[in-house]
Design a protein around this ligand. Sequence first.
Ligand SMILES: Nc1ncnc2c1ncn2[C@@H]1O[C@H](COP(=O)(O)OP(=O)(O)O)[C@@H](O)[C@H]1O
Ligand SMILES: O=C(O)C1=C[C@@H](OP(=O)(O)O)[C@@H](O)[C@H](O)C1
Ligand SMILES: [Mg+2]
Length: 205
Amino acid sequence: MMGSGKSTVGKIMSEVLGYSFFDSDKLVEQAVGMPSVAQIFKVHSEAFFRDNESSVLRDLSSMKRLVVATGGGAVIRPVNWKYMKKGLSVWLDVPLDALARRIAKVGTASRPLLDQPSGDPYTMAFSKLSMLAEQRGDAYANADVRVSLEEIASKQGHDDVSKLTPTDIAIESFHKIENFVIEHTVDNPVGDSQADSRAQRIQTL
Ligand SMILES: Nc1ncnc2c1ncn2[C@@H]1O[C@H](COP(=O)(O)OP(=O)(O)O)[C@@H](O)[C@H]1O
Ligand SMILES: O=C(O)C1=C[C@@H](OP(=O)(O)O)[C@@H](O)[C@H](O)C1
Ligand SMILES: [Mg+2]
């Protein structure tokens, strides 16, 4: 979801891995030749942005040794899952109140779906995020790996996810990815087509 830390945590993970890092929002801006996602929404439309987002994700899906921070809305188009499933997908699951707090701090100008001309920024962001979360249903749960900030905070003995640094979240993401890889790697085909295709996918990452 917007504000969950994909761009921040993804960059750290790419540096640790020695992989390239791409932010799909930035690639859409370059492809369209506009300086911000907000402007693309304003001058064109959300649908135009989504078409470009899908084509950027398609192009990235044939590349190797990279970390991609997608936009939070990439989950709503089934075709994007076809692309994201060429790699290993991570859902950063952050409580909505923490997302709204982060977004209120930096402002909503760069996130057109949350931008409001008036009102308290936290309250407006929280109510829009709640609506989006409802619309998106369990789309985020399609990811291979879920990284829950509430879980990390409780393991670390914090009662508040705002104490967690992007590095804490990157480390937990690596643990979850490692578990996923161990769980789904098969030395020999096991005859279960879903398990075999998952194992093949892991080998090509
Ligand atoms: N763990 C964190 N704790 C506090 N603020 C964070 C954390 N991770 C990211 N942020 C801040 O929250 C905002 C949204 O992060 P960003 O990485 O842009 O999220 P996304 O790409 O998922 O929308 C940024 O201002 C970023 O600096
Ligand atoms: O959730 C969404 O629909 C969006 C998320 C944004 O990216 P971030 O998740 O990086 O903010 C950006 O793609 C656009 O504003 C729409
Ligand atoms: Mg981002």
